[in-house]
Design a protein around this ligand. Structure first.
Ligand SMILES: [Zn+2]
Length: 413
């Protein structure tokens, strides 16, 4: 045996994101920014690498996961429950430097929670886009960012907070065709309203016709962009699926037939279930509204169970920046909800890593296998409890470098 890696990590348990298995007693070999080998932690092998004076980090009582991805965030907003602060963050008159600082803070929070990539799902002034253009040097090196800029909604319908309205007598496809601002990989279309907290399961009409959506998706694809559609309810989701979108965002009350359609077409679903959990726990809402939110959450968890059964590619996104949804932490809360919907631990991690990476076409992250980026998380303890405490101390590996609380721990050894 001959090795020339930078270091080895002995992992008590490894969930590599590629399948649903939890592997026991594994050694990761890291060379530069890449995983250069995965080995069984047999005593003879461990003796050998130690005898070769190789650098070995022993986490044999801990669990290693690939770095995670949040495929639905709003970086320009904090998950604050304070109405005044929220109003300020939604103001047209706030200074760009303040917004940029907020975006930076949120990206760093994602890094702290072991998140290697995020997809921003829109804001009303294209803040994230402007941030990337003006402040690319402030982007943490360890996080990848895809974004849609301003989302598109129909005049007089929901969506003002996350985008802009299609101009009167103008086709959605023309807006996409003529937009000079698209550069983050995605177009966001809002095709329904929000969940009602007054009447359980109330569905809203679609914002766009089948023909409009189809033309919009084709135009986006012709510009090298992918399409995410905010859609709740049977008809808005169905039209988005039939138009050939790449992901359905939220999908509350979409129904079994749409889940089967998504499984057939392998369209990714981002359920954002934790939005309802956050409203129940932290939102200043009436008891009746909280009860409707609770029933809505339970309905979404039932849909998640069906999605698993039908084989829908279930990714994971949190809607961080919504009320009570803190950047970074919310990913771990959403994973807990997947577990309560019957997803196994390995399946849950796969949704937040490999399925999400595939949606972003980021093939070098999302799984921890030989040749992939050395981007991973080490969580103290065995796999059973790793989702229970999002604040649990973590070691995050970025491009092969190990950090705890933002400090490079490799220098201490
Ligand atoms: Zn959103």
């Amino acid at each position: 045996m001959k090795f020339n890696p930078n270091y080895f990590v002995i992992a008590g348990w490894l969930i590599d994101g590629s399948n649903c298995k939890v592997q026991k007693d594994v050694v990761l070999e890291i060379s530069g920014e890449k995983v250069s080998g995965i080995h069984v932690a047999e005593p003879v092998f461990l003796d050998y690498i130690r005898s070769q004076k190789q650098r070995v980090f022993d986490y044999s009582k801990d669990t290693v996961l690939p770095a995670l991805i949040d495929n639905h965030v709003h970086l320009s907003l904090a998950g604050t429950t304070n109405p005044e602060i929220r109003q300020n963050q939604l103001s047209q008159h706030q200074s760009l430097s303040k917004v940029y600082r907020r975006i930076c803070t949120h990206l760093n929070l994602h890094c702290d929670y072991g998140i290697a990539a995020v997809r921003d799902a829109g804001d009303f002034r294209g803040f994230v886009q402007a941030f990337v253009a003006a402040k690319s040097k402030c982007l943490p090196a360890s996080i990848r960012l895809q974004f849609c800029g301003k989302g598109w909604h129909n005049t007089g319908r929901y969506g003002r907070m996350i985008g802009c309205a299609v101009k009167r007598n103008t086709a959605l496809a023309s807006e996409i065709e003529n937009s000079k601002e698209l550069c983050g990989g995605w177009v966001k279309i809002v095709n329904s309203g929000l969940n009602s907290l007054v009447q359980f399961g109330q569905e809203t009409a679609p914002q766009f016709s089948r023909a409009d959506l189809r033309a919009a998706v084709q135009t986006a694809i012709s510009r090298g962009l992918r399409v995410m559609v905010h859609a709740n309810g049977k008809i808005p989701v169905r039209l988005a699926i039939e138009a050939g979108c790449h992901s359905i965002e939220h999908g509350f009350f979409m129904g079994q037939s749409n889940l089967k359609r998504m499984a057939d077409k392998q369209i990714t679903w981002i359920p954002t279930a934790t939005t309802m959990a956050a409203l129940i726990q932290k939102g200043s809402i009436s008891a009746k509204a909280a009860d409707i939110a609770k029933r809505t959450l339970n309905h979404q968890l039932k849909q998640l169970r069906l999605a698993r059964e039908y084989g829908v590619p279930v990714g994971l996104g949190t809607d961080s920046g919504s009320i009570g949804e803190d950047h970074g932490k919310a990913v771990w809360q959403e994973m807990q909800l997947y577990r309560s919907a019957g997803f196994g631990l390995g399946e849950t991690v796969k949704s937040a890593s490999a399925v999400n990476a595939k949606l972003l076409q980021a093939n070098d992250i999302g799984t921890l296998r030989t040749g992939k980026q050395a981007a991973f998380i080490i969580i103290s303890g065995g796999p059973r409890d790793i989702l229970n405490d999002p604040q649990r101390s973590k070691i995050v590996a970025t491009d092969g470098v190990l950090y705890r609380d933002n400090s490079n721990i490799m220098n201490d050894c």
